[in-house]
Write a protein that binds this ligand. Structure first.
Ligand SMILES: Cc1cc2nc3c(=O)[nH]c(=O)nc-3n(C[C@H](O)[C@H](O)[C@H](O)COP(=O)(O)OP(=O)(O)OC[C@H]3O[C@@H](n4cnc5c(N)ncnc54)[C@H](O)[C@@H]3O)c2cc1C
Length: 466
């Protein structure tokens, strides 16, 4: 019997992109004739080193790609990361309201019982609120990740590629994939001309654990949608995403608490108050949670009118102070609960540079097309990249590898550039300052019209919704 043809693929980064790629190659493209030796390297020292965040929203297309990437054993456990919707309590759609809570836009509330049914929806403009940390844990199943390995660059020739790590080690392979996020050292070496674009918006994001009473008060104004955004008239927005599932350390005899990810964002001068570390997320110059929190509350009070919605928002932000205390039972023993940081939002448009030379080194996910979180498309497209790149590896042999990787890169650049630009435009539009009543009327009309369009498209595509 012939020996199988074996190629070594080095993946840098064990985020949703890198892990989906490893899963998909393992599931779809390892065969008796062709085997891939997959090596994943992650700078974090353990799976628990960094708090992975409470929630992200996956769209139906993202879940479809995910299901194509993961093996049956992971699919069977996917409800742990994407629990079934709780009928009567929550609807998996997006609700945009003004600063007082009046409805501006609501995406269709589709009817589905679980992620399988959700993945069959033809409309993409709604999300399923997904536990980000649990998804990461599931994607690790069966993947041999080497932790504590920070890649700092690579060397490449016609025959292969060698990843270089901070600890001085080097690993050789046939292909190298940069799945190493927005500050990717692989991208910086491969496409130095691809620069981050400063969107001109500052975003504070954090995870908190509100009690039922507070969430009920919010729902009384904004309904059962579990992804909510309130748009101010002075260029600020506040959004949150949660599930109506009590956290496992709620004292059920008392009032349940829920996990919630939230963000507050406002238009800002480009580069205002930001200190860019060479290899980390841009962080605020404010030194600790308390000072960041005071800054957020000061802005909310300054930019928003007094009223029930503003009070609720301030109470939600106050929970930042208690989140470590709440975690004293160490149910989530990660290093930090998504530290309260301010980010100057940045993105990367892969079509903003000329087509780069296709080599044995390529990129997926945020490493090559980071986008702001406004339309919640980042993870979805990282998973889609993973599927397409794994398909390219499936077709690859020693003569056609360049052609296949080039095909992946061309498609990925066009598809994801569109998402980057859409997210940039949508976020800036929703953060406009409105100085006149007519301006506000026009904004409200635009969003209400968009709401109707979404419903019509969903109806046209045959997706059942309320
Ligand atoms: C506040 C917020 C909310 C979001 N909400 C959504 C949402 O609702 N829906 C959605 O689809 N997307 C959302 N996103 C975007 C989403 O988080 C990213 O698009 C997604 O995580 C990209 O996955 P990735 O695997 O490409 O990169 P990452 O998730 O950044 O993973 C990269 C991995 O590489 C590792 N790494 C980095 N550098 C190195 C190195 N030098 N050596 C080794 N390892 C390295 C990192 O530690 C990390 O584990 C949100 C983002 C933010 C910030």
């Amino acid at each position: 019997m012939n020996q199988p043809d074996i190629s070594t693929i080095i993946i840098i980064g064990a985020g949703p992109g890198g892990l989906s790629l490893a899963q998909s190659i393992q599931k779809n493209h390892n065969s008796p004739e062709k085997k891939f030796n997959i090596k994943v390297f992650e700078r974090e020292t353990t799976p628990q080193e960094r708090w992975q965040g409470c929630f992200i929203s996956l769209n139906s297309q993202g879940v479809r790609w995910l299901l194509k990437c993961i093996p049956e054993s992971v699919t069977n456990r996917l409800h742990e990361a994407i629990p079934d919707p709780i009928i009567d309590l929550e609807t998996q759609n997006i609700y945009f309201c003004d600063h007082k809570g009046s409805l501006l836009l609501k995406s269709p509330a589709f009817k589905f019982k679980n992620f399988h049914e959700f993945s069959k929806l033809k409309s993409e403009f709604t999300g399923f609120s997904t536990y980000r940390d649990r998804l990461r844990d599931l994607l690790l199943e069966g993947i041999d990740v080497q932790w504590g390995k920070k890649c700092i660059g690579y060397e490449e020739d016609e025959e292969g590629v060698c990843a270089i790590f901070e600890d001085g080690s080097r690993v050789k392979g046939d292909f190298l994939i940069g799945a190493d996020g927005i500050n990717s050292p692989i991208r910086k070496q491969k496409i130095p001309e691809l620069k981050m674009h400063d969107i001109g918006i500052t975003d504070f994001i954090v995870d908190v654990f509100p009690k039922k009473g507070l969430v009920d008060r919010l729902n009384a104004i904004t309904g059962k949608s579990i992804m909510k955004v309130t748009i101010g008239t002075n260029g600020d927005c506040m959004g949150c995403i949660y599930r109506y599932i009590p956290v496992d350390y709620s004292d059920l005899n008392n009032e349940p608490r829920y996990r919630m990810s939230m963000g507050y964002s406002y238009l800002t001068e480009k580069n205002e108050g930001v200190d860019y570390k060479a290899d980390d997320l841009p962080t605020t110059k404010l030194p600790n949670d308390d000072e960041v929190l005071d800054e957020i509350k000061r802005r909310i009070k300054e930019l928003r009118p007094e009223g029930e919605l503003t009070s609720i928002i301030l109470e939600l932000w106050d929970l930042v102070k208690t989140r470590n205390e709440i975690n004293k039972e160490q149910k989530y023993p990660h290093k930090a609960h998504y530290p309260l940081i301010s980010r100057q939002l940045k993105d990367l448009d892969p079509l903003s540079v000329k087509e780069w030379e296709t080599t044995r080194v390529t990129l997926i996910g945020d490493a090559v097309h980071a986008m702001n979180p406004w339309l919640a498309l980042g993870t979805n497209s990282a998973i889609e990249d993973a599927f397409y790149l794994s398909e390219a590896f499936g077709k690859l042999n020693k003569d056609n590898w360049k052609e296949n990787i080039n095909h992946y890169e061309k498609e990925m650049r066009t598809r994801t550039s569109k998402y980057v630009i859409m997210s940039r435009k949508a976020m800036l539009r929703d953060h406009e300052h409105y100085h006149t009543f007519i301006g506000i009327l026009f904004r409200n009309f635009r969003l209400k019209f968009l709401s109707k369009v979404m419903s019509i498209v969903a109806w046209w595509k045959g997706d059942e919704h309320d």
